[in-house]
Design a protein around this ligand. Structure first.
Ligand SMILES: NC(=O)c1ccc[n+]([C@@H]2O[C@H](COP(=O)([O-])OP(=O)(O)OC[C@H]3O[C@@H](n4cnc5c(N)ncnc54)[C@H](OP(=O)(O)O)[C@@H]3O)[C@@H](O)[C@H]2O)c1
Length: 296
């Protein structure tokens, strides 16, 4: 297959590129950095340029583009967070229109943060309750822009929970903090963490490409979300640490300002499940956090 990965230079992108290259697919990457590789093309994520010609005969388009939400939500950053997501979708649609083609499948990144701050029960694709606040608005606008794409292709929206991997994302930071002694619960510790191992995410994307019946929203989450308190306890245990300093909500808010991030990323309760993955009988490689920890 010919697979184009827009925003393919980040954590998930790099993982997907090597995954699909190992299977001898032809992988093309769109990114803003100056990288000298034959399958890499520079774009700005908002303007159709010569890169559009590289899209010819694309089987799968995977769009992961988005300014990281791990920053202070200043007005400037908020705009970049929104624009990077919506502009990339619009420009990819425009580019395909200009070459007069459509990919067979378009897989679009989104986030399970779209659901509400949830302490009562889990949110699946059918019955999940959409939340409110800045990050929810980002997710809603992101998905709305994608839903408005009129190309003749199968569309899949990945509502990803926190993706655990060694090479990027939030996990290496949490592990480092834990080893430094700050591996206690964060805030009240009762907030749920839905998570997925990067290898399962890659397999789910592959399933979504191969199975013609899978389309629409997929919650990319393992079947065993746990509380923040349990998450941190298991992480400490795995690293042979009997104690970790807990971080109060107040301290988290103060610390987040100092290091230029938002406390919501840690304090929001994300309790998400996937009926769709159940229905299609997806068999998780890492169904529990302990199993995932063994390889992280
Ligand atoms: N990792 C997670 O746990 C997680 C969970 C849920 C959702 N997601 C979403 O999944 C996507 C991929 O995640 P990731 O962890 O791989 O993120 P990442 O490492 O931050 O990579 C994001 C990609 O977006 C591109 N990008 C950033 N700002 C841009 C801008 N203003 N214009 C154009 N391109 C821009 C970057 O490319 P260049 O800077 O090289 O151009 C990079 O390739 C993101 O949209 C993220 O929000 C991730």
């Amino acid at each position: 297959m010919k697979i184009v990965i827009a925003g393919g230079t980040g954590f998930i992108g790099n993982e997907l590129v090597s995954h699909f290259e190992k299977q001898s697919h032809k992988v093309l990457i769109l990114g803003r950095k100056k990288i000298n590789k034959p399958n890499y093309f520079i774009w700005d994520g908002k303007t159709v340029e010569d890169w559009k010609n590289e899209l010819k005969e694309t089987d799968v388009l995977i769009n992961l583009t988005g300014k990281s939400v791990d920053c202070r939500y200043t007005e400037g950053n908020k705009k970049k967070i929104f624009d990077s997501r919506t502009n990339s979708i619009k420009v990819l649609e425009k580019a395909f229109n200009e070459i007069g083609e459509s990919p067979k499948t378009w897989i679009q990144a989104s986030t399970s943060t779209i659901y509400r701050d949830e302490y009562e029960s889990s949110n699946d694709e059918e019955n999940g309750i959409i939340g409110e606040g800045f990050s929810v608005e980002v997710a809603k606008k992101w998905e709305k822009t994608f839903n408005e794409v009129k190309l003749d292709c199968k569309k899949v929206t990945l509502r990803m929970s926190i993706v655990l991997g060694k090479s990027g994302g939030a996990f290496p930071i949490l592990k480092r903090m834990t080893k430094l002694g700050f591996g206690g619960k964060q805030g009240v510790g009762k907030q749920m963490i839905s998570w997925i191992h990067i290898d399962d995410l890659k397999n789910i994307i592959e399933l979504a490409i191969q199975n013609q019946w899978i389309n629409g929203v997929i919650n990319c989450v393992s079947p065993t979300p746990i509380t923040n308190e349990e998450f941190m306890w298991r992480l400490r245990k795995r690293n042979f640490l009997s104690f970790g300093i807990p971080t109060s909500e107040k301290l988290l808010k103060f610390g987040a300002k100092l290091i230029g991030t938002e406390p919501e990323l840690i304090l929001k309760s994300r309790w998400v499940s996937s009926k769709k993955l159940d229905k299609f009988g997806y068999d998780f490689i890492y169904p529990t956090f302990d199993k995932a920890l063994n390889v992280l």
